[in-house]
Design a protein around this ligand. Structure first.
Ligand SMILES: *[C@@H]1O[C@H](CO)[C@@H](O)[C@H](O)[C@H]1NC(C)=O
Ligand SMILES: *[C@@H]1O[C@H](CO)[C@@H](O)[C@H](O)[C@H]1NC(C)=O
Ligand SMILES: *[C@@H]1O[C@H](CO)[C@@H](O)[C@H](O)[C@H]1NC(C)=O
Ligand SMILES: CC(=O)N[C@H]1CO[C@H](CO)[C@@H](O)[C@@H]1O
Length: 362
């Protein structure tokens, strides 16, 4: 009897230790486009890069290739999870112990489709980001055994997979001026093509060991200065048609993730409703500390949305945190701080009420 009480106490103690370990997230792997690219395009032959001032003007690490005055939403989310900056895959120094807390594969101009963004030059489309992840897993295999103790499967199962992709498939493909994609696909068929490819891509990340996924839906693409400046009739309002297109895609992604959650054992895919969260901020601007919802801080032309942020342009906006948008396509550091906090501890959406903080406890 005494023995079993001790055994019980010992077991509870072990459970306590185990659940502490289970509450940890060991690494973060990031996939996506320029919204989360930390400089993977710097050494590629492409126009889609941001490794020049005034990008990074408010970033401790300075100019890095991030399309932002400060940190991306992946940087701020990583910070909340206790990670240092997750290094870019396409950098010779990203190797050895530096990859033990994760790697960022995101590439500016990239989309779900291989063709998306090609008009700007070289890039890593989602399929190639996944191939690059596979290379990282091979490198991690022996590192993980010697430093973490557990196997690679356990390690990946306790990692966060963050994906933020799809905007370019619309903005720089289907909706791009003179694009021939609309001749090949109806809008509905194009949404379906993207969601079917994305489904295959997420499944392959699951098959390689991913279990905890944060999947960002598209933001209100009709509200970016690029759309307002070029396609908007009213510079004080978002472009409804572009917003509708983003919403249609999001609804299909959400449904697709619901299926993955049902069909893939042990998988947790959180759908992050970035669209609603961003509209909430735009509609209640001052409550979030912003003054300008529709025009970019750095850029030129109508709504500062027609010409990208370039070193030659004077940086007129001294208070970057007054702006939702840094340049014609990307939000400011101030916005990314709010968004990351929301992913970490807020309500991501009403359907499956769980946030990243809860996901990592599973
Ligand atoms: C996209 O390109 C990659 C790498 O070149 C290739 O492996 C993959 O099969 C392509 N995807 C599709 C859907 O064709
Ligand atoms: C432009 O949009 C704003 C905000 O929705 C609205 O208040 C204003 O009436 C619109 N102006 C025109 C000319 O439609
Ligand atoms: C920047 O913001 C601060 C505080 O909100 C304000 O005092 C200052 O006048 C602003 N500067 C400019 C150039 O807008
Ligand atoms: C936080 C907050 O005040 N949100 C408000 C934003 O605006 C909408 C529509 O005006 C309100 O319904 C929210 O309560």
């Amino acid at each position: 009897m005494e023995v079993s009480i001790w055994f019980l106490a010992f077991s509870l103690l072990m459970l306590g230790v185990k659940s502490d370990i289970e509450g940890q997230i060991l690494a973060m792997f990031v996939f996506g486009d320029s919204l989360v690219d930390p400089g993977n395009n710097n050494n590629l032959n492409t126009l889609a890069k941001a490794n020049f001032y005034p990008n990074g003007v408010d970033f401790p690490a300075g100019v890095t290739g991030r399309f932002c005055n400060g940190g991306t939403v992946a940087d701020h989310l990583g910070n909340l999870l206790g990670f240092p900056l997750i290094p870019p895959f396409n950098n010779p120094s990203t190797k050895g112990s530096k990859i033990l807390q994760g790697v960022n594969f995101a590439s500016a101009a990239a989309g779900i489709l291989n063709d998306t963004g090609k008009l700007f030059g070289d890039l890593f489309p989602m399929d190639e980001q996944i191939l690059n992840f596979q290379k990282t897993v091979e490198e991690l295999r022996s590192l993980v055994t010697s430093s973490y103790g557990g196997g690679i499967e356990e390690f990946l199962g306790k990692s966060l997979f963050f994906s933020c992709i799809g905007s370019n498939d619309y903005i720089n493909n289907y909706l791009f001026p003179l694009s021939n994609t609309p001749q090949k696909y109806t809008l509905e068929a194009f949404h379906q093509l993207l969601v079917q490819q994305y489904n295959r891509q997420l499944k392959s990340l699951y098959n390689m060991g991913g279990r905890k996924f944060l999947i960002a839906g598209l933001g209100p693409l009709g509200c970016i200065p690029n759309q307002i400046g070029n396609a908007g009739k009213n510079i004080s309002a978002c472009v409804d048609r572009t917003n509708e297109i983003a919403s249609q895609f999001n609804a299909k992604v959400k449904e697709m993730l619901r299926e993955l959650n049902k069909n893939l054992a042990g998988a947790h895919f959180l759908y992050w409703d970035v669209y609603t969260a961003t509209m909430e901020i735009i509609d209640n601007l001052s409550q979030y500390g912003f003054k300008f919802p529709h025009k970019a801080c750095c850029g030129s032309g109508r709504s500062k949305g027609q010409v990208i942020c370039l070193p030659l342009l004077p940086l007129e906006c001294r208070n970057r945190s007054d702006f939702v948008f840094w340049d014609p396509y990307h939000p400011t550091d101030a916005f990314n701080v709010i968004a990351a906090k929301q992913a970490y501890q807020g309500t991501l959406q009403s359907m499956f009420p769980m946030n990243v903080q809860q996901l990592i406890q599973l």
